[in-house]
Design a protein. Structure first.
Length: 161
């Protein structure tokens, strides 16, 4: 029985070059303007939830209406720059996250197809080695060691692939 192929997609050299150029352009624009936080810093600073965005928006609105109420230790110009820049990049982050998830999902299906086919090939090598097909035993033996790490054999993973 033929294996179910979940996805079939290819990219031309031109498409791959455009993708690489687009990513390089994004990296160039962001160079020196973005940061990489450590996992600890991500935990420390967290993400602003929707409720907190409403608080920020409301505070900005009131600061605009009542500038004399702004504490003298608050740098309103810096607040406005941060607010504007966050708004500017937010939609881009959402678009990039969406595209990244599409690529990840596509890669997941491609990986599944590849792994299923590799298991079928391995099972054929096991069969051919058992039938003393010339040259099959070294291939089978070489691949067999890949399945010993957790005690699972391809026969046991047939339904998991």
């Amino acid at each position: 029985m033929a294996l179910e192929n979940l996805i079939s997609v290819t990219f031309t050299e031109d498409e791959l070059n455009k993708l690489t150029q687009g990513i390089d352009t994004i990296k160039e624009v962001l160079l020196g303007k973005t940061v990489n936080l450590t996992p600890e810093q991500r935990t420390q600073y967290g993400r602003i939830a929707n409720q907190n965005k409403l608080i920020v928006d409301k505070a900005k609105n009131y600061m605009e209406q009542h500038p004399t109420w702004i504490p003298n230790f608050l740098d309103k110009e810096e607040f406005d720059r941060d607010y504007t820049t966050r708004k500017q990049i937010e939609s881009h982050v959402q678009k990039l996250e969406y595209l990244a998830q599409q690529l990840i999902d596509t890669k997941t299906l491609l990986d599944h197809d590849n792994y299923s086919n590799a298991l079928s090939f391995y099972r054929m090598m096991r069969y051919l080695a058992g039938e003393n097909e010339p040259g099959a035993k070294p291939v089978y033996e070489d691949m067999k060691v890949l399945f010993k790490r957790n005690g699972v054999t391809p026969k046991e993973t047939d339904t998991e692939a």
